[in-house]
Design a binder for this molecule. Structure first.
Ligand code: S3P
Length: 283
């Protein structure tokens, strides 16, 4: 705590005018807040203008290097007295901008679908952060609510009970908010689930080679459908069985092979923007 702050507290204790002094300080804060709110609203209007312009000109909407430059400039100009706080303030402001832009551009859930091990959870978390929105992994949510693991539900109650619980999770989250949702690999095999998810969402299919999926899932114990003797061949067979349902459900398809999760995120945002621009053009 700064020395000035303590001095202020002491002098306030001693002074008979303490309530006046406090009132004055508060009035100073209120005046700052009014200016901040007016400037913040002005900033938001500019941010929306930029989103519109970029969409119309096919430019990437979210630009991490621009954010870095803004942070750098803020640190240089205003960072000497409160460096950590100024950085936090600017980071929050830019996250709010991303949330607002992403709401304007994609006013629906972004739903990641696809086979086990295609990166839905990892990519979903990064995508949500990138767009300043909440991430919900429906399998994780199901496990939290049931206070047990999916493997245990399969073992003790069977797949049919799991699918019913999965449907309930989808019904709970598909209609609300602008979130990033990640679905279990089998969720879109049921038409009813696809209809629910699509009612307020864009479905993004992540795809990968069976060998890559094998490498990612073969060591994990928590995927009951792949628990015993999984091979690239058995994965290929299950993928082939599911291919039609996945393709039918997908609004957007992303081939993830050879891409880092952040690159997959960029590709998703690029395709979502293309879709938004095309839909805006056709209005
Ligand atoms: C399943 C995939 C799993 C999980 C359950 C069933 C499937 O989710 O929902 O084990 O049928 O493909 P992940 O795709 O997240 O591993």
């Amino acid at each position: 705590m700064g020395k000035g702050f303590l001095m202020l507290v002491n002098s306030q204790n001693e002074s008979a005018n303490a309530p006046n002094q406090l009132e004055q300080l508060r009035q100073g804060i209120d005046a700052c807040d009014r200016q901040l709110a007016a400037l913040f609203s002005e900033r938001m209007r500019l941010v929306l203008g930029i989103a519109d312009y970029k969409l119309a000109h096919g430019l990437p909407i979210f630009d991490a290097s621009r954010e870095q430059r803004v942070l750098q400039a803020a640190a240089e100009a205003y960072g000497s007295e409160f460096p950590g706080e100024i950085e936090q303030f600017f980071r929050s402001m830019m996250r709010i901008s991303r949330t607002m832009q992403s709401r304007l551009l994609f006013p629906f859930n972004i739903v990641l679908i696809g086979f086990m091990g295609t990166g839905k959870s990892t990519v979903g978390q990064i995508l949500a952060d990138h767009l300043g929105r909440r991430f919900v992994d429906l399998d994780v949510q199901l496990e939290k609510e049931q206070r047990t693991t999916i493997a245990e539900i399969f073992r003790t109650k069977g797949e049919a009970v799991f699918r019913q619980l999965e449907r309930e999770m989808i019904a709970k989250f598909s209609g609300q908010g602008e979130r990033v949702l990640s679905c279990g690999g089998g969720a879109v095999l049921r038409r009813g689930n696809v209809d629910l998810l699509r009612s307020h969402g864009c479905l993004v299919l992540l795809e990968a080679d069976p060998e890559t999926i094998y490498r990612r899932v073969s060591r994990s114990q928590d995927r009951p459908l792949l628990a015993q003797g999984v091979t690239p061949r058995s994965i290929s067979e299950l993928l082939a069985e599911r291919a039609e349902a996945y393709n039918k459900a997908a609004d957007i398809r992303i081939w993830t092979e050879g891409k880092a999760p952040a690159e997959v995120v960029d590709e998703i945002v690029r395709q979502l923007c293309q879709k938004a621009a095309a839909e805006q053009g056709s209005d």
